[in-house]
Design a protein around this ligand. Structure first.
Ligand code: NAP
Length: 301
């Protein structure tokens, strides 16, 4: 029978551990993790995501500071603001909510975040460290996917994984992470030839393309694990993933729903990264969470 992977439940387990960790940090080290969220412009979806992050961060005890700027802000002014957050000892983690208005260069802006505070893991130094297999801050969505996979498979080594999508936010770091787990990784993208055939060879498929219901039932190897990262709004207002969930769940061994799959894990992993960087910057040990969730093969239980 197909296992519907409950991302909400796993995220809740993770958040409970994070909340306990924050109480311990406050009690033993008088430390309260601080997260700065920088928002530019009036993107409605971004506002919803930021609200979710704020609510959940406050729930676990993170001190959230939000900074809003008009979309006409000169890039130099935005960068100067990020530098002041880099210098602020009360701020341990910084995210710049994406996408940015077209007047701003995303790579230049993100690269101004001090790498040790870059809780989205998008600064080029952290991207490079992940590609080299070094200890680093891992982007939240791929980290969330890995934690979900660990709860499904005791052994990822040797499994054939197809990552569909090659963005810097999801596809590329996902592939790098799974390579570190000794999976055999293939990356597909919009120019890939014969995607259905590639899907049929995969033990695990991770779909991150932003195309509603794109991955079909007859592309899936029976028993495969399917993680659906996509978030797409249909004309009738429904939110669906990149995978045709209803039919694919008839053949997959395990599958994430949308909503309620990868999404909640992304937010929980942002909170996790904020705690990890707080501990690292202050050189204090953690009690409930490992400092490196990758190396320690840790998953919430
Ligand atoms: P993105 O930057 O637009 O990248 C999309 C990727 O998909 C690109 O690499 C593109 O290929 C590839 N692609 C597009 N159409 C394709 C097709 N027909 N066949 C094969 N590959 C195709 O998007 P993203 O930021 O990675 O996000 C992907 C989806 O995940 C979106 O729906 C987004 O909303 C969602 N998302 C969800 C979460 C979450 O927490 N659940 C987090 C982040 C993103 P090319 O490179 O060749 O153009």
């Amino acid at each position: 029978m197909t296992n519907i992977i409950n991302g909400l439940q796993t995220a809740q387990l993770l958040k409970t551990a994070i909340s306990n960790e924050i109480k311990s940090l406050e009690h033993h080290h008088a430390l309260r993790p601080g997260l700065a969220i920088v928002c530019i412009g009036e993107n409605i979806a971004s506002k919803i995501y930021v609200r979710t992050k704020r609510i959940q961060a406050k729930e676990v005890g993170i001190n959230v500071q939000e900074y809003y700027f008009n979309q006409s802000i000169p890039e130099a002014d935005l960068i100067e603001h990020i530098h002041s957050l880099n210098r602020d000892p009360q701020i341990h983690g910084i995210i710049v909510q994406l996408p940015l208005p077209s007047s701003l260069n995303m790579r230049r802006v993100v690269n101004c975040i001090e790498p040790s505070k870059d809780v989205d893991g998008l600064n080029v130094l952290n991207v490079g460290r992940l590609a080299c297999g070094e200890h680093t801050i891992v982007p939240c969505t791929p980290l969330g996917c890995l934690l979900l996979l660990r709860r499904q498979c005791s052994m990822l080594s040797g499994l054939r994984v197809l990552v569909v999508g090659r963005s810097i936010l999801v596809g590329k770091p996902m592939a790098a992470l799974l390579l570190q787990q000794d999976c055999t990784v293939t990356i597909a993208h919009s120019k890939t030839v014969d995607l259905p055939q590639l899907c049929q060879t995969a033990d695990i498929i991770i779909a991150a393309i932003g195309q509603p219901l794109f991955i079909k039932k007859n592309w899936i190897k029976p028993g495969a694990i399917v993680l659906d990262v996509g978030i797409n709004r249909l004309e009738d207002g429904r939110i669906v993933g990149d995978v045709d969930f209803k039919l694919v769940s008839e053949v997959a061994g395990a599958i994430t729903p949308v909503p309620g799959g990868v999404g909640p894990m992304t937010v929980a992993c942002l909170l996790l990264n904020t705690i990890l960087v707080t501990a690292q910057q202050n050189d204090v040990p953690l009690t409930y969470l490992p400092l490196s969730p990758l190396r320690d093969a840790w998953c919430p239980s």
